[in-house]
Write a protein that binds this ligand. Structure first.
Ligand SMILES: [Zn+2]
Length: 234
């Protein structure tokens, strides 16, 4: 039995099925493999996604269930053990009452007491749903007086040069995911209706894996990690 006092816990709060895989799937796979208890909260089921399979076989009605099933499969590959939905309609997260949304996320934080919380930066999220859930999660982290550290995800290699975005190197954690790209690729393929159109995902493993960077980058948002290590979220 794991000692509950030393069990590391990570909470990721994102907007859509696939955010977890496409943005930080390597990091989740790494910590999942290390036995970290990972909980994923997805605000929506992504039913307004523009990609409907290739050739298209989904519609607005069937999409939510398909994407939920795909996300569950991706979670299994990444070692995410617990998945929750906030049941918000895709593309409407920014219109949800902010205080209520913040409280819902704060409840997860109080209940789980995570050491690390991952979400979107409220301005650099890149999609209105991302920014809205990031803003609410950031507020929730403060409201719940969380004990761990809050991080903002970043896209690809953008934070390899944090100065460009007004950040310094000390603000960035760089996680080496090179040992976990196979799991990341499996999760990409699990998100079938979103990746079918991306030919490279379906080429040989070797070719597909070569598309992934060896690192994923996170900006420090609030709180402190125990190690203070620039290569570890904990
Ligand atoms: Zn998204």
């Amino acid at each position: 039995m794991k000692n509950p006092k030393t069990q590391r816990k990570l909470l990721a709060v994102f907007a859509h099925p696939d955010d977890e895989t496409f943005i930080c799937g390597g990091t989740l796979a790494k910590y999942g493999a290390e036995g970290v208890e990972i909980t994923l909260v997805s605000a929506t089921r992504g039913e307004m996604g523009r990609r409907m399979g290739n050739p298209p076989y989904l519609n607005r009605e069937s999409m939510a269930a398909a994407r939920e099933a795909e996300l569950r499969e991706a979670c299994a590959h990444l070692g995410v053990r617990s998945l929750h939905f906030l049941d918000i309609r895709d593309k409407t997260v920014e219109f949800i009452d902010e205080a209520a949304l913040t409280e819902r996320v704060a409840e997860f934080i109080r209940e789980l007491e995570p050491d690390a919380v991952l979400t979107f930066h409220e301005k650099l999220g890149g999609h209105p749903d991302h920014c809205a859930i990031g803003k609410a999660t950031t507020a929730a982290f403060r409201r719940a007086a969380a004990r761990g550290a809050l991080y903002f995800i970043s896209f690809g290699e953008t934070m390899a040069q944090p100065e460009r975005y007004g950040y310094s190197r000390e603000d960035v954690v760089r996680v080496d995911v090179s040992g976990h790209l196979q799991a990341k690729l499996a999760a990409f393929r699990a998100h079938r209706c979103q990746t079918e159109i991306d030919e490279w995902v379906w080429r040989s493993d070797r070719e597909a894996l070569s598309r992934f960077g060896k690192h994923e980058y996170f900006m420090r948002g609030a709180g402190k990690s125990r190690s203070g290590d620039s290569r570890d979220l904990f």
